[in-house]
Design a protein around this ligand. Sequence first.
Ligand code: SAM
Length: 469
Amino acid sequence: MPSVYIKTYGCQMNERDSEAVAAQLVAKGYSLVTSEASADVILLNTCSVRDFAEQKAIGKMQNLAADVRKNRPEVVLGFMGCMAQSRGKELIDRLPDVDLVVGTQKFHRTAGYLDEILSGSREKIVDVAEEQGSEATIREHLLNGATKEKSVTAFVSIMQGCNQYCTFCIVPYTRGEERSRTIPDIVAECRELVSRGVKEITLLGQIVTSYGRRTTPHPASPPSPHPMGRGQGEGRSAKTPFVQLLEAVHEIEGLERIRFTSPHPKGYGDDLIDAYGRLPKLVEHAHIPAQSGSDRMLKLMHRGYTRERFLGIVEKLRRVKPEIGISTDIIVGFPGETGKDFEETLSLAREVEFDLAYIFKYSTRKDTPAAEMPDQLPQAVKEERNQRLLTLANEIAARRYEKFVGKQTQILVEGRSKRNLARMMGRTRCNKTVVFDGSERHRGQLMNLKITRTGSFTLYGDPAVVGLD
Ligand code: SAM
């Protein structure tokens, strides 16, 4: 059977989509390869969130196409994902060596389309249509995929799409309207993963805190007697559907840890804050995209919260879980951002003390409202603000990491350290990577380590004081 190489650009959702496509292909008999050089099929799973990501994927495909045309004309080339969705057939017009373009609601059709192209029954295929029920098709996992090592952690896609329409963001146009899977469906997938050795699950979605808003009963009282067997209109509960989902996943025996990403600040109601205190498997980490520290910018971005509300969430979370790790996304150089607005973002970073901040220079996205706003900022201003915020965020993070030195912390061992294969790595509950001198027998174990020193966004544990939980 043909061999496939999938290269993924962008976020964890794209990684998860690629994994599900790879698993579907393996189930059909395709073999996975870790290099494009030996592949019969090369698929690029693309990202559209920033222009840079699009240009990278297009550049890569141009190189692949030139090589394939010259040396291996039988190789099948395809685009999948967000850029495939937004550009569709235009990609084949621009790069005629491309054979396949698969949109974000059609990942599960990839294997069938490849069969058709490889068998010669169709030459080129572009499918970027909407498909009802596609949110439930990202469910296959490759747990010991290309590396053949057993996975301790897994991502589970709980929903697709986004209805927030932030003015800078292309996602609602590339991923469509919010569509959520059912709780029983998600729980069944999680149970299956746990039965195959997974200890930690990350629930994934563009805005996970909006999970099930349209389909799961909420809010009202009394609490649902049957949170697992809900149907529309039945089992009313005062908890948001997302918290109901967390509770249902928490019930799974053998599962040690639950994470989720990304929530929206608007979704941090008291029921979710309370869940951190009640559900021991829900780890002390929250990735809460702030985007800006200026209320004026937040309004222009259509974020739906204020700086004060954001700070209030952080304060409440830290009251329930003082050791919680908080990470965020911030955009600098949004249209109209003044020096004063930017200072407010710097002051938010100082006030919150994020453990990790992903900082993005605003990138103009076609057909989004922000693209039409006045006062688009010059690249040099974006660069300068990016650098200033990055320096501050790194200083703060280094101080926060330093606080772990000399302390004992629990890690879940995920496998070998990527930088040094002779070492093992795991993560703390608050999402910090810990590297230590261990061995394969530690994989999948919860261990208590003493932290001896820090590196850049890494903690180091001393093997001499390793103890099993
Ligand atoms: N769902 C998440 C949320 O709450 O907004 C974000 C998902 S998005 C894929 C990841 C991050 O990319 C965003 O949080 C934002 O900071 C950044 N981003 C999105 N659109 C952008 C743009 N046009 N320019 C720069 N950064 C952008």
